[in-house]
Ligand binder design. Structure first.
Ligand code: MG
Length: 156
């Protein structure tokens, strides 16, 4: 049996914050603002997994009103979501993430992002797709970074 899920998230770019995407720190003058490390790609991915399992979303699982998640490493939260996926009897079929950013350029960081996520799932990198696109200045227009994720889970 298969289950599919989607996730979407956006965070604002601001000075004096780190830029972390898929657990990889990207050199950038601006970073993403958020309660946690604001890894927008991992947030979308966690929402996709939770969506596939019909278990709500990360706001429900890790409320930003809870001080224990301030500055949280989103990869650490992803490990918890992966554990939840496994305890529900599912494993990753494949995942596909699109990061929407006018800046910085992300292409050269994509292989490392895929490796980071494949390591988190303990799966082959061929199951993990990360892509980046711009919105031609028409959407977030450089003020933020968005991410969309789709996952397919299969029953073990
Ligand atoms: Mg978020």
């Amino acid at each position: 049996m298969f289950r599919i899920g989607t996730g979407y998230d956006v965070h604002r770019l601001v000075p004096e914050r780190r830029l972390v995407l898929c657990g990889v720190e990207i050199p950038s003058e601006l970073g993403l603002l958020g309660h946690s490390d604001a890894d927008v790609a991992v947030h979308a991915l966690m929402d996709a997994i939770l969506g596939a399992l019909a278990l709500g979303d990360i706001g429900k699982l890790f409320p930003d009103s809870d001080p224990q998640y301030k500055g949280a490493d989103s990869m650490g939260l992803l490990y918890e979501v992966i554990a939840l996926m496994r305890s529900n009897g599912y494993s990753l079929g494949n995942l596909d993430i699109t990061i929407i950013a006018e800046r910085p350029k992300l292409a050269k960081h994509i292989p490392q992002m895929r490796e980071s996520l494949a390591a988190a799932f303990g799966c082959d990198i061929t199951r993990v797709s990360v892509k980046a696109t711009t919105e031609e200045g028409l959407g977030l227009a450089g003020e933020g970074i968005g991410a969309q994720a789709v996952v397919l889970l299969s029953r073990e």
